[in-house]
Design a protein. Structure first.
Length: 370
């Protein structure tokens, strides 16, 4: 008998959690029917259209957080019955949430409806009340050991690690991708492209990326062009533009915005710099390894679970532009070294982060829970 698995989303953004969870939903065997629901139209709507995955409308409710329950009681009192009715109307067998705004209220609704709830935590959190809010979840999943290490004690004891899934791409023709990217950007064939792929939140360290570009230019690397891909919101974009202007890098550092699919951009880059801190499991670093793109990442958060320093890439001291620039220059100046690291990185990423491995493990969890 087909089991219906609900994947609820707010709908106002598209990030790594959406990409990972929808990769799972697309790959489930036929005995499972994923039901995609979104509370509001937004960036996720268009992304789902691109994937050919229709979504249904979820009820309008006030989302709960991990604060004191008594302060959120009115939202829960109004919203949970709507969600319970939705679950029964849609004949849902299991709820699988991936976003803190979805975890709490849908977890309460699943409990009230008498169906299991999987709490899939994709970001580090130390909120103490999570011990209470996750107590009724059938399973708690963390995307990395670092992510799990940040949980409060009872939640940490129950959580199991399941790395995010990645489709394994066909081997990239990097020479062709580089030529195409240079043409798209209007660059000469000898110009090397250094990438940053993330939104502009402070935790992602976009301003540090500009400082690294400034350091590399000061070291005499004038054949480099720096591109930044990802969502930009105010006031972050204004701060970034001012930082670029103050560094006299308007012609060298370019913010392009989000791009789908990412493959043509990633495969064409000569180097990815990932300076973010407190990342649970940085998606772009894994994608870079799958496309054979060299990586320099901060030695922080879950990054060491992805990048093995001096084996599959380089880890740099967090917030140290000099260290990032020095390690970037090593890779740019030594193609043989870069190739050795990327070959090892690609092999390890395929073995560790494949969608097939993730889906198989998740199906085991579903079968056990159901």
């Amino acid at each position: 008998m087909t089991k219906r698995i609900l994947f609820p989303y707010v709908g106002d953004s598209v990030g790594g959690s959406h990409i990972s969870s929808l990769t799972l939903a697309r790959g489930l065997p036929e005995r499972y029917a994923p039901v995609i629901a979104q509370h509001e139209a937004g960036p996720l709507t268009q992304y789902l259209v691109q994937l050919g995955m229709p979504a249904i409308d979820a009820p309008t409710v006030g989302f709960l957080n991990t604060g004191p329950y008594r302060k959120q009681f009115l939202k829960a009192w109004r919203g949970v019955p709507k969600l319970v009715h939705f679950l029964r109307e849609q004949r849902i067998d299991l709820v699988h949430t991936h976003d803190i705004r979805m975890h709490v209220i849908w977890g309460l609704a699943a409990k009230r409806a008498g169906i299991p709830h999987i709490w899939h935590q994709r970001t580090p959190t130390t909120a103490k009340r999570l011990d209470q809010y996750t107590s009724h979840a059938a399973r708690i999943l963390a995307v990395s050991d670092y992510c799990r290490s940040q949980f409060p004690p009872k939640m940490r004891e129950r959580a199991q690690i399941l790395f995010n899934p990645f489709d394994i791409p066909e081997p990239a023709n990097r020479a062709a991708a580089r030529t195409a990217l240079a043409g798209r950007l209007g660059l000469g064939s000898d110009t090397k492209v250094i990438g940053f792929i993330a939104n502009l939140d402070d935790r992602k360290r976009p301003l540090l990326f500009v400082e690294i570009a400034q350091k590399l230019r000061a070291m005499g690397c004038n054949d480099l062009h720096f591109i930044m891909l990802g969502e930009a919101r105010s006031p972050h974009i204004e701060v970034l533009k001012q930082k670029i202007a103050d560094a006299s890098l308007r012609e060298t550092v370019q913010h392009i915005g989000p791009q789908y699919p990412i493959a043509p951009w990633m495969a064409g880059m000569d180097l990815l710099i990932a300076p973010a801190i407190h990342e649970a499991l940085g998606r772009t670093m894994i994608e870079a390894q799958l496309f054979g793109t060299p990586v320099v990442a901060s030695n922080a958060g879950g990054n060491p679970e992805i990048i093995l320093d001096d084996t599959t890439g380089f880890l740099a001291e967090p917030d140290n532009a000099d260290d990032f620039a020095a390690k970037a220059l090593r890779l740019l100046d030594d193609p043989a070294l870069a190739l050795r690291l990327t070959e090892r990185g690609k092999t390890r990423a395929e073995q560790t982060f494949s969608a097939e491995r993730h889906i198989s493990a998740m199906v085991d969890i579903y079968e056990d829970v159901l």
